[in-house]
Design a protein around this ligand. Sequence first.
Ligand SMILES: Cc1cc2nc3c(=O)[nH]c(=O)nc-3n(C[C@H](O)[C@H](O)[C@H](O)COP(=O)(O)OP(=O)(O)OC[C@H]3O[C@@H](n4cnc5c(N)ncnc54)[C@H](O)[C@@H]3O)c2cc1C
Length: 477
Amino acid sequence: MYLNEELKKILGEKIVFSNQMDRSVYRTDIGHLVEGMPEVVVVPRTTEDVRKVVIFANEKGTPVTIRGGGTTWNGESVSNGGILMDMKGMNKVIEYNVKEKWVTAEAGMTWIKLYQYLKEHDLSFRSAPDNLVSTVGGSISTCGYGFHCTKYGSLADHVLGLEVVLPDGKVLQRGPKEIGMRMYGADPLPLFLSGYGTFGIITKATFRCYSYDERSPSHLVGLLYNKFEIEDAVEDMLLMSKNCNPDILYFGSTTPEFQMMYKDMLIEEAHKLGCTYKRKIPLMVQLYSAYLRKFGKKTPSRFNFVFAGYDGMDNKKKLRCVKSASRGNALYEFSVDDEYLVRGRALWRIFTQKGAIPCFSDCVVPASCAGEMIRFGITELEKNGFNQIALYGLLTQNKSAIGIGFYTGLPLDRVSEYEGVRKKIAEKVVKFGGVIYKYGGIRKNTAKESIGEGYNLMHLLKNKLDPNDILNRGVLF
Ligand SMILES: Cc1cc2nc3c(=O)[nH]c(=O)nc-3n(C[C@H](O)[C@H](O)[C@H](O)COP(=O)(O)OP(=O)(O)OC[C@H]3O[C@@H](n4cnc5c(N)ncnc54)[C@H](O)[C@@H]3O)c2cc1C
C-alpha cells in the first residue's frame, strides 16, 4: 500500500494530502535557498493525530518534517520525501485566564491571530517575533525573540508549560522546568525551546500574558547620529544601560533608501489598520521624519540611531538618559502606540518584494564588541556591493549581548556571493565569543560552534529519544 493510503486509513481522508499541487505548496520556505518535496502532507487537527503519525512513522522508518509558518530561511521546515506535518491545522486558543493572566494556544496558531484574540479579551503577550505570521510552535522551537525582549526576555522566558509529542509517540504535558529543558547551565539551549523540532513536536503552549493596557513600554528617547560612527551609538547604549536601566535598548544602522521604503509601507499598513497617520504614527516613521528634520539634505549614505524606552517615562529618568548619552547629536521623544501590528506587516512586505529574497545573519555577540561587529558587518557587505542593508540590534540587560540582523532584499542571482560574505561575518561572530542565532538546516554546520558543549549532549539525547531519526532528520544533526 502507498504511504498516503496507509495514512488515510489511520487518520481519515480529510487531513492527508498527496497530489502534486498540494505538496508543491511546501516546496521551499521563505528563504528560497532549499527545495524539496514531501511524499505526503498531513495537517493534524489534534494531538492524537500527531501521535498517530509519529507512531506510524516509527514503524515504517519514514522521516517526518514539522512545519509551522515556514518563515525560517535555511530549509529547517523543508522535507525531501517522507511526511510533512503542517501544524497550522492546530490553530485555536484552548484556554485563557484574564485574572491569572495566561493563555494556552495550539502550536500552529499564528502570532497575529493570537494577538487579535488576546486583545479582544484585554490581554496581550510581551515577547513575540516581529514576524507575526510565524506560529507559536515554530517560534518556540527556534528560541524566538522580539522588540521587547530587552526587558521581558525571549519567548522562552514566557512559556509556562508545553504539550509535546515525543518521537516515540508519548505525550508530555508539564511545566518547562520539569521536562528538564534548562539542562545546560547558565545560558542553556534547551531541548524544546530551541530544538528546531528535533526532539519532539510541540502541540500546545501556555504563556504568561499581561493586561492589554500594560502591554509595552510606551515612551522612547531616540538619538540620531548623522556620521557613521556606530561605536558612538553603541557606547551611548552601554552608558544608558548602566546609568538609567531602560526597558528597551534598540539600535540600528540604516540607509535612507531602506527607511524610505519602510516608511511608505508602514504608512500604508497603518492606514489599512485604521490608524491615522497623525494620531498613531509608527515608530520608524517618526524616526525617519525626525532624521529628515534634523539633517535634511545632508543625508549620508547611512545613519545610526539608538532608542531607549520606558514604561511611562518620568522626567528624571529622561534627564539621566540624555546626560549619559552625550554623543548623540539629536534627541527626540517618541510615543509608541500599539505598533506591533503595523511594524510586523510592513516588515513582512519588505521581505517579500518581487524579485528579492530575504536574507538574515542573526547573531548574538557580547555587548563590548557590538560596535566592532557591526562595523565589520557593514564594511564587508558594502565592500561587496550589498548596500541596501539595515542592521538592528537589541542590548539585553541581563545577558549583556547584542543581536544583530542583516536585512536586505537580495536578488536570487547574488545568493551564493552573499553566502561568502555571510560566512566571513559568522567567523567573526565566533571569534568574538558570540553565537549565530539561527543554526538549523543548511546552517547546521554552525550549530556545533554556536551551542558548544551542549551540542554533544544534545546529540546523545537525540539518539536516545529518537533512535530511528524520525523527527526533522538532518535539521540539526
Ligand atoms: C520578515 C521576517 C521577520 C522575522 N523576525 C523575527 C524576529 O523578530 N524574531 C525571531 O526570533 N525570528 C524572526 N524571524 C525568523 C522566523 O520567522 C522565526 O524563526 C519564526 O518564529 C519561525 O516560525 P515558523 O512558524 O515560521 O516556523 P517554521 O519556519 O515553519 O519552523 C521553524 C523550525 O521549527 C520547527 N517547528 C515548527 N513548528 C513546530 C512545532 N509545533 N513543534 C516543534 N517544532 C516545530 C520546524 O521543523 C523548523 O525546524 C523573522 C523572519 C522573517 C521572514
